[in-house]
Design a protein around this ligand. Structure first.
Ligand SMILES: O=C(O)c1ccccc1NCC(=O)[C@H](O)[C@H](O)COP(=O)(O)O
Length: 420
């Protein structure tokens, strides 16, 4: 492992000097999306708490407003704040023209960075008070369009509370040694001839609510390991998955040998260091959220930290982007549609057909099939599509004995003991 370079400024891999803070990451829509004045909706817990009262009077205009801005990189929101991006708004008269312009702006974001998830609006939702009542002006620019966007915006707000990076330096030097995540997947595949299992320690999810009431992360992790999981994935997001970095740490400290994936919504390099500090051997990088430049930058940091990166894609476009990035060892194909939450495992097959599958084979990339795997037939379906590993949460965690459920999922006992 290379030496950790943490000082007062975040380390920058060679060739990436100042890249995260340049303004080219910042896409600012010059035209305003149509505005709607609404009573504050429960966008978050705090807002929900405040939103109970008599129906507010209709209000024609806000006194303050802000220009829409879409930041498209992990650092661009900070950059925008630093440069005072929020400005006064002007009202648009022609709704159709404005809608067209908003659509063009959204397409422009994809065109520039290839990401589907917009970053936190620089100004946050504009809030307007009339006497005791609170209103929020909703528009396309400040309203998350799907659950992943909502999660990411909340994550960016949550990260404002983080400790400065230099404070992680000392503890990081004493972090437990990193385990070989990719090696464990390969070894398991070679041992069983079946896709290696990354078993997910997942208490709840936005699509399914609470999956397991009596949630004992360490016990579950131990049971997964005993019954043949190659690696574990530990949800650390608290708000939407009821996860915790403490779970990751506790599992690591309990002597579990399986390498651990920190299942977090990474939007900032700081999270990589923190994940490592808490015992992660691998992290998730979501292509829908991160522009190519951020993925490259984060892959370099992962390498410095000795961690693997599971780069997650949802569709052909994201797959093509990720296949164009050097150094990707693991690609996860998520079968869950972010807009509808529907799970369709044929997504894995579709994305591995033809040239893409060939490129993946040539590059020696391990593909991980993610989400919606419940039966041995599902496992063999994604295996024939080309996956060498699977990431499974719900179908195991909901069973009375999640460890024993592994044999049910694969149609046979895959525990190391059974092979001995
Ligand atoms: O699980 C969700 O509802 C979800 C919603 C929005 C973004 C991500 C989400 N899940 C993360 C995952 O990738 C899954 O936890 C993982 O693939 C396991 O899926 P499953 O076996 O279907 O629990």
């Amino acid at each position: 492992m290379e030496a950790l370079a943490i000082g007062s400024a975040p380390p920058r891999p060679p060739g990436f000097a100042l890249a995260p803070l340049t303004r080219h990451h910042l896409h600012r829509s010059k035209t305003l999306a149509p505005r709607r004045l609404v009573a504050a909706a429960p966008m978050d817990a705090a807002a929900a708490g405040r939103g109970t009262g008599p129906a507010p009077p209709r209000c024609a205009r806000a006194e303050t407003d802000s220009e829409d801005a879409v930041a498209t990189s992990s650092h661009s929101a900070e950059a925008a704040e630093a440069t005072g991006a929020a400005g006064a708004a002007t009202e648009q008269g022609n709704g159709a023209l404005v809608a067209d312009a908003a659509a063009a702006a959204a397409a422009d974001v994809e065109g520039v960075d290839g990401i589907r998830i917009r970053r936190r609006p620089v100004t946050g939702p504009p809030v307007h008070y009339v006497g005791p009542f609170q209103f929020r002006l909703e528009n396309e620019g400040n309203t998350p369009r799907n659950i992943l966007e909502r999660i990411v915006w909340d994550k960016e707000a949550e990260l404002k509370e983080r400790r400065p990076l230099y404070m992680l330096k000392g503890p990081l030097e004493n972090a437990r040694p990193v385990r070989d995540f990719v090696g464990a997947l390969k070894a398991s595949y070679d041992r069983t001839g079946l896709p290696a299992l990354i078993a997910e320690v997942k208490k709840a999810s936005p699509s399914r609510g609470v999956l397991r009431e009596d949630f004992e992360p360490v016990q579950i992790a131990q049971a997964y390991e005993k019954n043949g999981a190659a690696c574990l994935s530990v949800l650390t997001d608290a708000k939407y998955f009821q996860g915790s970095f403490d779970y990751l740490e506790a599992i690591r400290n309990a002597g579990v040998q399986c390498p651990l994936l920190c299942k977090e919504f990474i939007v900032d390099a700081w999270q990589l260091y923190y994940a490592r500090l808490k015992g992660a051997d691998a992290v998730l990088l979501i292509a829908a959220v991160l522009p190519d430049l951020d993925i490259k930058y984060m892959l370099k940091i992962c390498k410095i930290l000795g961690m693997a990166a599971l780069v997650e894609v949802h569709d052909e476009r994201e797959m093509d982007r990720v296949l164009g990035i050097d150094g990707v060892q693991l690609i996860g194909i998520n079968n869950r549609n972010l807009e509808t939450f529907q799970v369709d495992i044929s997504n894995t097959k579709n994305l591995l057909e033809g040239e893409r599958g060939q490129t993946i084979a040539q590059k020696g990339i391990i593909v991980v099939g993610e989400s919606g795997l419940f039966t041995p037939e599902h496992i063999s379906f994604v295996q024939s599509a080309g996956v060498k590993a699977v990431l499974v949460g719900e179908s195991l965690i909901k069973q009375e004995d999640p460890g024993k459920a592994i044999a049910g999922l694969f149609g046979k006992d895959i525990s190391p003991v059974s092979a001995a």
